[in-house]
Design a protein around this ligand. Structure first.
Ligand SMILES: Nc1ncnc2c1ncn2[C@@H]1O[C@H](COP(=O)(O)OP(=O)(O)OP(=O)(O)O)[C@@H](O)[C@H]1O
Ligand SMILES: C[C@@](O)(CCOP(=O)(O)OP(=O)(O)O)CC(=O)O
Length: 419
């Protein structure tokens, strides 16, 4: 270690995307190692709109590991954080920063403490997979700081110890989490099926139905399901393995009809498995059901799927449109059915890629009021004002990156404390 001064601080900042599963992970065969009962497949969301930024730093002056999440100090004592820190530390190698004159050997890492600051640019613990982006970013940034020369798949197996779905956020585009067979979980990791450019016509619209923290966390919910649902066993053994193969094929061939059919059916089966749990778990609400019904009617009338829907452990809808034109129509239909409260402004009601609004011909609140009623709606006089808090328009996106712009660092480069 650099002897001359105990004052140095070394840091790395990374940005990592979140992901949405189109074939769901639900149920663990090992709770501690976070090993799933089936493979899953996800689409990585564009970090320009939804991402975690994490700065990790090390200094001989830090007397303990500390972390700040969204500006508030949180405890790192939980088993999941500890597993990630331990696994990365054990893979740390020598670091030599010539510019700063810092030398850290593999052995030094056992004694050195880290400071971590992380920020999610979207609601935490609200069913928008903050834990996925969060743990992926933590592991990725620490691996860079500690020069752990693992490839992304090996890092994904470490991120998995933080939160299962986090392993899929180590890659952009379309990602498969292979459940693996090994008891220790060494082969339970993520691989990229295709990058984000492979199928770049897709447009994703998220309807944030509620940004409140949910009642039953994914962890607790899936534990109850494993203990009580027979349907889960059938799903994991008989249904998912076949679906995974079909979904891989659909992604490879950019076959939207199959992709949408598989994603919607899988989301519905996941929620059926939740209902089959004792006591039953209800993640979707009336607004979620209305959105499903709208999309189903539209897809049926069009003769071929236009939009896929999928819902994680919460009421928020993630809608995947086959192309921009369809996305513009989707936004029109959604805004008709779920207009904002009268005091809202359009800028904070539709977030992310706002250019879709232009395509949809909706550039003011007045334009929402004069939208035509979608043919899928039975009673056009009934609009569900305020039932969607806001929308996020996005697309498939890239995997983790290191940020070099100091203005994006979350820790002070001199003190290693939050800026
Ligand atoms: N940026 C982050 N860095 C590290 N950990 C994070 C970060 N963001 C969230 N977490 C962890 O994830 C937890 C929230 O996970 P939880 O599964 O409850 O919600 P979610 O991931 O937002 O929703 P879901 O998994 O249902 O989509 C937080 O309490 C925290 O422990
Ligand atoms: C419904 C899901 O989003 C469940 C995600 O569960 P988590 O990964 O949050 O659970 P833990 O492994 O216990 O942290 C489906 C999915 O992302 O595949």
């Amino acid at each position: 270690m650099a002897e001359e001064s105990q004052k140095w601080v070394l840091m790395v900042t990374a940005q990592t995307p979140t992901n949405i599963a189109v074939i769901k992970y639900w149920g663990k065969r090992d709770e501690t190692l976070i090993l799933p009962v089936n493979d899953s497949i996800s689409v990585t969301l564009d970090p320009e709109h939804l991402c975690t930024t994490t700065t990790v730093s090390v200094s001989p002056s830090f007397d303990q590991d500390r972390m700040w999440l969204n500006g508030k100090e949180i405890s790192l004592s939980g088993g999941r954080f500890q597993s990630c820190l331990r696994e990365i530390r054990s893979r740390a190698t020598d670091v030599h920063d010539k510019e700063k004159g810092i030398k850290i050997t593999k052995k030094d890492w056992e004694k050195l403490n880290v400071h971590i600051a992380s920020y999610n640019n979207f609601p935490t613990a609200a069913g928008l997979a903050s834990s996925a982006a969060g743990f992926a970013c933590l592991v990725f940034a620490l691996a860079k700081l500690m020069n752990a020369n693992e490839d992304h798949s090996q890092l994904s197996a470490i991120a998995r110890r933080g939160s299962g779905s986090a392993c899929r956020s180590l890659y952009g585009g379309f990602v498969k989490w292979i459940m693996g067979k090994d008891e220790k979980g060494t082969d339970s990791l993520a691989v990229q099926l295709a990058d984000e450019k492979h199928w770049d016509e897709l447009v994703i619209v998220i309807a944030v139905v509620s940004s409140q923290q949910k009642e039953t966390s994914s962890t607790t919910g899936m534990r109850d399901t494993v203990e009580t649902s027979l349907l889960l066993q059938h799903r994991a053994k008989e249904v998912v393995p076949k679906r995974i193969l079909k979904m891989e094929e659909a992604i490879k061939n950019r076959d939207f009809a199959s992709f949408a059919q598989l994603a919607c059916t899988d989301s519905n089966q996941f929620h059926a498995v939740c209902l089959d749990t004792c006591p039953p778990i209800f993640y979707m609400n009336d607004t979620s059901h209305r959105i499903i019904s709208l999309v189903e009617k539209w897809n049926r009338a069009a003769g071929t799927p236009q939009v896929a829907y999928t819902f994680d452990a919460g009421p928020n809808a993630v809608l995947i449109a086959r192309n921009r034109e369809t996305a513009a129509l989707l936004v029109q239909k959604l805004l008709f059915c779920f207009p904002p409260k009268s005091d809202a402004d359009l800028n904070s009601f539709v977030l992310g890629d706002k250019s879709i609004l232009k395509d949809a011909g909706v550039e003011s609140l007045e334009a929402i009021e004069s939208l035509p009623a979608p043919p899928e709606i039975k009673d056009p006089s009934q609009r569900h004002r305020g039932d969607v808090s806001y929308f996020i328009c996005t697309r498939p996106g890239r995997g983790p990156v290191v940020l070099s712009d100091e203005s994006q660092f979350l820790l002070n480069p001199e003190t290693g404390l939050p800026k």
